[in-house]
Design a protein around this ligand. Structure first.
Ligand SMILES: [Mg+2]
Length: 234
């Protein structure tokens, strides 16, 4: 039976060194003349529409107006990302290139993304970190839903559609670096894998009781053991 692995991007696959925040500031200032309280806002584990809505409602813009402008904001963010990502030193997290190479060598795995980024920005960030976005065959993005917990069902449905195989919580693993990723895996009844390569310490993540917890993905074979059933290992 194939497994669907849905990876978060920021803090899990890559470190963006503040580049995400800069694209957000650029887009909101260009469209609304303000980025709201962005400097003090905690973006961890949140979807882009959640972040944008919080920041703009804080300065009195109506949810309806924000909603209408979301597609334009995503485009501005991607446009600015194309300009700055290459120079911002976006890097792959420790062990990620090796882990993805090992996963790509197997035929019992379907790689996907589950990220708060919009569908436009996600491939740009990955490419800037030297990670080929095309290896991820399905994705559930922030541009699909404001609530991250709605994304697992969507990712599984897209995997079903693509392969004709049945993906549900029993054969789906959600991998991320924040408490929100763990809760999101629970919402999708999927296996929760947490990695402390982002903004949260392993001890903090442990409080949310993920099924597996790693300091980073440096130990490729140890991570493969957690992600995939042992008998199928080559
Ligand atoms: Mg993250």
């Amino acid at each position: 039976m194939k497994k669907l692995l849905l990876f978060d991007i920021d803090g899990t696959l890559i470190r963006s060194n503040g580049a995400g925040r800069l694209t957000l500031a650029y887009a909101l200032e260009k469209r609304f003349g303000t980025a709201g309280p962005l400097e003090h806002y905690n973006m961890s584990g949140k979807t882009d529409p959640r972040i944008i809505t919080d920041l703009l409602t804080a300065v009195g813009i109506s949810p309806k107006e924000i909603q209408t402008n979301l597609p334009a904001i995503y485009e501005l963010m991607a446009e600015h990302g194309q300009d700055i990502f290459a120079q911002r030193g976006i890097t792959a997290c420790v062990g990620v290139p090796e882990l993805l190479a090992a996963l790509n060598a197997r035929d019992d795995v379907l790689l996907g993304l589950l990220t708060g980024n919009s569908q436009l920005t996600a491939p740009l960030k990955l490419t800037a970190a030297g990670i080929d976005p095309l290896q991820f065959k399905v994705g559930a993005y922030g541009s699909d839903a404001m609530d991250r917990n709605e994304l697992p069902t969507l990712g599984m449905a897209r995997a079903n559609q693509l392969t004709g195989e049945l993906f549900d919580g029993n054969n789906t693993v959600i991998i991320g670096d924040t408490p929100a990723d763990i809760l999101c895996a629970r919402a999708g009844k999927a296996t929760a894998v947490a990695v402390a390569s982002g903004w949260h310490a392993a001890a903090t993540l442990a409080e949310y009781r993920p099924d597996f917890l790693f300091e980073n993905f440096g130990d490729t074979s140890g991570v493969l053991d957690a992600l995939l059933p042992a008998p199928e290992r080559p």
